[in-house]
Ligand binder design. Structure first.
Ligand SMILES: [Zn+2]
Ligand SMILES: [Zn+2]
Length: 283
């Protein structure tokens, strides 16, 4: 059983998320900020730093949290509990109503939302708020990166590098075109991530308004997909019943109509077709 996201095995996306955060923060502080001048440097740096700390703290809390059902935790510690009608056969424990077993972590999580690969942990009742906090922090970080990045490369194209940027470029031996291409790529990636995260945040706000978890939402969608199929099956059953009734009538009332009876008998199941009333030799 896995207790939290810092326990092995680590997920590749979890490692990638920390690398990306480190790389993009480096690009922001050491490439983007030197292109700015005046109050823009202080305001942008302060904004980014606040949300960078916020993202790191919330990511740590979301990953470190153990969202296992408290009833399961108590039983694993050896404390006897009152028998409940809800039992997880995999955990071999009594569980709280609303718990769901996570196959990846091998434990039951109360108010299970989803298993997040980016933090390598289940998101449930215990760490859902921290997860939303992390999501919000990342949206703010990408917003800052998107606005700053786009502003800088547009300014570089329109006005050319500022005096500060010229010194920086000279100092670091980075050509203007290389800088422009790099900034453009970073801005595009940040913009795409910003819209994806914003969409995810809106989805979670929608779920909160509905009082649902992501897991319950997925279950509801699956159920809705299955139900129209049942309707089609019902329609087909009704058609088959109608056909059977019709074929029975034909056999009874139209004894001379061989062609019609043959067409109908082909559509009938074999068991029914072999009954005396559909056997042509008996007609
Ligand atoms: Zn379980
Ligand atoms: Zn899990």
């Amino acid at each position: 059983m896995k207790r939290n996201g810092f326990e092995r095995p680590y997920h590749v996306l979890q490692i990638l998320s920390w690398i990306l955060l480190f790389c993009f923060s480096g690009i922001f502080y050491f490439i983007m900020i030197p292109q700015l001048s005046g109050a823009g440097v202080i305001v942008t740096s302060a904004f980014y730093t606040v949300f960078l700390i916020s993202a790191v703290v919330s990511a740590y809390l979301t990953t470190k949290c153990d969202p296992t059902d408290k009833l399961v935790k108590v039983q694993l510690e050896g404390t006897p509990v009152e028998p409940s009608e809800f039992i997880c056969t995999l955990c071999k424990c009594f569980v709280t109503l609303g718990s769901k077993h996570c196959a990846r972590c091998c434990r039951c999580v109360y108010k299970f939302d989803h298993h997040c690969k980016w933090v390598n942990n289940c998101i449930g009742k215990e760490n859902y708020n921290e997860f939303l906090w992390l999501l919000f922090s990342c949206i703010m970080l990408t917003l800052c990166g998107m606005v700053t990045g786009n502003y800088i490369w547009i300014s570089l194209v329109v006005n050319g590098p500022t005096d500060e940027a010229k010194d920086w470029l000279k100092l670091n031996w980075v050509s203007k075109n290389f800088l422009l291409a790099g900034l453009l790529v970073c801005s595009l990636i940040t913009t795409a991530v910003f819209f994806l995260l914003s969409y995810l945040m809106m989805f979670h706000i929608y779920l909160i308004c509905k009082g649902q978890t992501t897991y319950e939402f997925v279950l509801e969608k699956r159920k809705m997909k299955i139900e129209p199929k049942r309707e089609v099956t019902t329609t087909l059953d009704t058609t088959t019943d109608l056909l059977r009734t019709l074929s029975n009538k034909i056999v009874i009332t139209e004894n001379n109509s061989f062609e019609i009876r043959e067409e109908i008998s082909e559509r009938m199941p074999r068991a029914r077709a072999s009954t005396p009333e559909f056997n042509y030799e008996n007609v």
